[in-house]
Design a protein around this ligand. Structure first.
Ligand code: HEC
Length: 153
């Protein structure tokens, strides 16, 4: 009869124990990694520097700037944010973080032009940064255009 208190002299038993221990460690690490992954960008708010929020839009919203903004939007943004600006573009289902819905007037009213411009400039995964892909003017014209989604004519 083997005693439970004595050292385990069966090599197969101790190997199995070590394997079970390692599996346990891997399991805990996986759960921790998954939790960290889910908690990072999806739930943390996208904070904007105060001076970026305060930036004034140098390009007035008019028929010309809005039309120019629309052309860039349809080319670069609609695949995620949708042609109607509702966040349901053809690629939107691929991402854990849903592309912003620009038709939500209550949310859009809390955003300054400077904030929208800064977010387009910086990007945040999965949204790319457009700092080097578009000029300043193009990014401001996009702000003028995406504002129209919440206030359709
Ligand atoms: C690959 C998909 C993708 C593309 C392409 C993309 N976006 Fe986004 N966009 C997102 C996602 C996802 C978010 C939400 C990010 C977050 O909240 O962390 C977002 C957020 C935003 C926001 C912030 C909205 C808010 O509520 O403050 C703006 C503004 C924006 N996008 C504008 C644009 C513009 C303009 C373009 C094109 C030049 C564009 N995006 C291209 C995926 C995309």
């Amino acid at each position: 009869m083997t005693s439970a208190a004595g050292p385990d002299l069966n090599p197969r038993n101790s190997k199995q124990k070590r394997a079970r221990f390692l599996l346990g460690v891997i399991g805990v690490l996986l759960v921790a990694a998954l939790a960290a992954f889910m908690l990072t960008d999806s739930t943390s708010s996208w904070s904007v520097p105060p001076d970026a929020r305060a930036l004034a839009n140098p390009i007035p919203a008019n028929a010309t700037s809005i039309a120019a903004g629309k052309a860039i939007y349809d080319d670069r943004c609609a695949e995620c944010h949708g042609n109607a600006g509702d966040g349901n573009g053809s690629k939107s289902m691929r991402y854990r973080v849903k592309p912003a819905n620009f038709t939500d007037a209550a949310v859009m009213e809390t955003r300054t032009d400077g904030e929208l411009y800064w977010k387009i400039t910086t990007g945040r995964k999965p949204m790319p940064s457009f700092e080097t892909k578009l000029s300043d003017e193009e990014r401001w014209m996009l702000v003028d255009y995406i504002r129209t989604f919440a206030h359709p004519k």
